[in-house]
Design a protein. Sequence first.
Length: 241
Amino acid sequence: MQPKKMNTSFLYVAVLIILLALGLAMFLRSSAFGIQHVTVQGLKLIPENEILKLTNGVLGQNLLLFDQAALSNKILLHPLVQSVQFQRKLPHTLVIQVTERTPVALVVVPKGVVEVDAQGTFLRRLESWPKTDQPVVTGINLPDTVGPGQKLGNPSLTVTLNLLGQAPSGLLAQIGEIHVDPTQQITLFLTSGVEVRLGQANDWKDKLNALYQLVSDNGYKSFQQGVRYIDFTAAKPVIGR
């Protein structure tokens, strides 16, 4: 009789576990965890309402079981969104953590300027000047068909962004304009008004570090107002007055 008793006990335990699992599943799927509030964090450039519009339909869904991939893909449609993560604040709040694309340059176009990030992504077309200045890129023609969210495949822009990525941070703040000619020769115009002729290259680090050291030198600062250009196209930099 002992084996029969053990089998009966095992059956009771198994049934109890199944019932508990079903009860837990029903509880998790119940309205106890329905999304009632959505908050967005990490925004500097994007108005919050633009992200909230992209979450249309998420209210009322289960906070634990909503389709994260589908919602993430919708939010990533915004050209200024680089990545998105979700946090749950039980029982009813969904927190959306957005990482924005960061503008690194402004490309001059016929009707304003276009913000681009370090990967050459078209972020926004602006008719007026943005609150935060970035180096202005001239000499580049963008087709009228490009729009926000598109990655620009312009070779001259790629060269320019490569240069900006290699510049010391202290020098970036002093770069007012970058001009690229049809042969991808690059000329900088510093915020001090000095023209810097860099020429053509792929690796800019040595020239840019040398330029930063030069403009940071106290000796240079003593006669900076009389400097018209600095030519780095020769073996040694030439200062013109």
